[in-house]
Design a protein around this ligand. Structure first.
Ligand code: UGA
Ligand code: MN
Length: 397
């Protein structure tokens, strides 16, 4: 073999080696965009079939609609799910999958599901921490993915999958529209984005594009509430997924179904009617509870119930305990761990601040003096403690 040939051979072998190493590294370190590197935590809590209603609601000739609702603990959670769940009781052959972004299923939701008498599945799957730290958090993805797995394993092939967020508003006529979906069906969603509506563009009963205020390079410019999928069709696809990429969950999911625009079934009178709205509920800030004069009145059990329903606000008692723990020299994460153990605030894992001066550190490090983050006008006043996280606790004063 000439020297030149040997060099070429060596370059080819070395190149192949580098290629294999790099592809393996990408696979091991990151995988496909939006796909988690570590296994996700999934907890199945309970399932039940429909009860206490007219048998007509369980007409087995009708395909089941599997409605997937992601939710997370916050003061509004029980209100949102009560409203949505009561709407669903008016619909035939529904299986409601309530998927919590959490390690565990919340007891008030378990009892709500039981009371409603719907056919349901209750599960939990927390968002992996790595995504929670992102600037734009992919909301409701871990829990939808867990529900998707449940549907792939348990859903009837004739059935239909529909993602319905807990804060949306729906006209029950939409369920008649989607029930006989053969592949993927679509319709407009109201009260969303730049154009106050997001809709497929339809010509001659075929989808030819999308009318949506946020194209963002998406093939399918639709909202989560704007489509339904036949379960038999879903099961036939090789790798169904929903990526952890904020704003691209719908597009990523629909692309993973190997869908072409021409396959889309047009609903809601040729996409001229709005039967679902992307309504949003205002967030209620946590307030400090003032319970000193109410230990013997209804206000004590009332606030205890609010706490159970997700309205967790730290009481004066907990605040005193936190100050005590700080004085004992506990780190923020140790102190939070102890408070969580006693008060059951499992979701409080964000920031712990000791306020009064400059600087702040995340829980797990040392305590630092900082201006009150929840209450800026108090900055520079007497030191105060505040524990803040995405939904649970605020201590001020
Ligand atoms: C919009 C879309 O309608 C969502 O389907 C999409 O997941 C979301 O944007 C996104 O791209 O991140 P939007 O109203 O902006 O929804 O978001 P939320 O209503 O706050 O959250 C969507 C769903 O995820 C809700 O059902 C909510 O309960 C749930 N969620 C939200 C969680 O499970 N965990 C969270 O931390 C936040
Ligand atoms: Mn929403």
């Amino acid at each position: 073999m000439s020297r030149q040939k040997r060099v070429i051979m060596a370059v080819i072998i070395f190149g192949s080696f580098i290629y294999i190493v790099l592809t393996q590294a990408v696979h091991i370190l990151g995988g496909a965009p939006g796909e988690p590197v570590h296994p996700e935590i999934r907890k199945f809590c309970s399932s039940a079939s429909r009860k206490n209603v007219n048998i007509e609601y369980e007409d087995s000739n009708l395909p089941v609609i599997y409605v997937v609702t992601p939710t997370y603990r916050r003061p509004e959670m029980v209100a949102e799910l009560t409203r949505l769940g009561q709407t669903l009781t008016m619909v035939k052959r529904i299986h409601w999958i309530v998927a919590e972004d959490s390690h565990t299923c919340s007891p008030p939701i378990t009892s709500l599901l039981d009371r409603l008498g719907l056919s349901y599945t209750h599960l939990a799957s927390p968002m992996p921490e790595v995504y929670r730290r992102e600037k734009y958090v992919p909301r409701g993805v871990s829990n939808r993915r867990a529900a998707l797995q449940w549907v792939q394993e348990n859903g009837e092939d004739t059935g239909v999958l529909y993602f319905l967020d807990d804060d949306n508003a729906i006209d029950i006529r939409l369920f008649n529209e989607m029930r006989l979906t053969q592949t993927v069906s679509m319709w407009p969603v109201g009260l969303i984005g730049e154009y106050t509506v997001s809709s497929p563009v339809v010509k001659g009963n075929q989808v030819v594009g999308f009318y949506d205020g946020w194209p963002a390079g998406r093939k399918f410019q639709v909202d989560m509430a704007g489509f339904a999928v036949n379960i038999g069709y879903l099961k036939k696809q090789k790798k169904v997924t929903m990526p952890y990429i904020a704003g691209h969950e719908e597009d990523g999911f629909l692309k993973s179904l190997n869908l072409n625009l021409k396959d889309i079934e047009v609903k809601a009178d040729g996409c001229t009617n709005i039967l679902v709205w992307h309504t949003r509920t205002a967030k209620n800030p946590s307030r400090t509870l003032r319970l000193a004069h109410h230990q013997a009145t209804n206000i004590k059990p009332l606030t205890d119930n609010m706490r159970k329903m997700g309205r967790l606000t730290m009481s004066a008692e907990q605040r005193t305990n936190l100050k005590f723990l700080v004085q004992l020299g506990k780190t923020p994460s140790e102190a939070l761990g102890m408070l969580q153990k006693v008060y059951g605030m499992r979701q409080c894992h964000a920031h712990v601040f000791l306020s009064g001066a400059r600087g702040s550190k995340r829980a797990g490090r040392t305590w630092k003096m900082t201006p009150g983050v929840e209450d800026p006008q108090r900055a520079g006043m007497r030191p105060m403690l505040s524990v803040s996280s995405r939904w649970c606790v605020t201590i001020v004063g």
